[in-house]
Design a protein around this ligand. Structure first.
Ligand code: FES
Length: 172
């Protein structure tokens, strides 16, 4: 079942990404007969594209013989999947109660102010974006932030700015 009824969909893929669909199809071939392979298929798509584009959702639905809406439902349920190209450094700030009380809002604000972005907006250079997420499992580091797979905390506004400076220095 198509998610977007009506007008035909335009491709959202960058020109260089079309060839990656073949790569994804090859990887899905191994999952066809596995029960409950949707998560694995979405992980495969994210590995291939670094996010899960609509074209991948359609392909997964076709290859796993399931409704597109079901694939989309799984995609949107889990926060680890990206539905748009993400920045090189994704800074995930915990918003749960313990981190909130210990200063996470000030950390998130400092990061966004410094970057000139809002949550989930990618900077023009493609390097950074912030996300506000549920518990990162780093409650002993509250307020905690993950930069991709790196753990940081406890942070305050000044340390958050210094973290950004460190990340920028890696790119210099
Ligand atoms: S509550 Fe923030 S990392 Fe667990």
């Amino acid at each position: 079942m198509a998610i977007h009824a009506g007008a035909p969909r335009r491709s959202t893929l960058a020109p260089g990404d079309h060839a990656k669909l073949d790569d994804l199809r090859a990887r899905l071939a191994d999952l066809k007969d596995e029960p409950g392979a949707t998560l694995e298929a979405l992980y495969a798509a994210q590995e291939v594209f670094s996010y899960v584009p609509p074209e991948a959702v359609t392909m997964i639905a076709e290859e796993l013989s399931m409704p597109e809406s079901e694939v989309f439902g799984v995609l949107t349920f889990y926060t680890m999947f990206h539905r748009k190209p993400s920045a090189k450094y994704v800074l995930r700030v915990c918003r749960d109660l313990s981190c909130h009380i210990s200063g996470a809002p000030a950390v998130l604000k400092a990061l966004n102010d410094e970057l000139g972005t809002r949550v989930s907006e990618v900077t023009e250079d493609g390097l950074f974006e912030t996300e506000s997420v549920s518990c990162l499992g780093l409650c002993d580091l509250q307020p905690a932030v993950m930069v991709n797979l790196e753990q940081h905390g406890p942070l305050d506004a000044a340390k958050a700015r210094s973290l950004l400076a460190d990340l920028r220095a890696r790119e210099a």
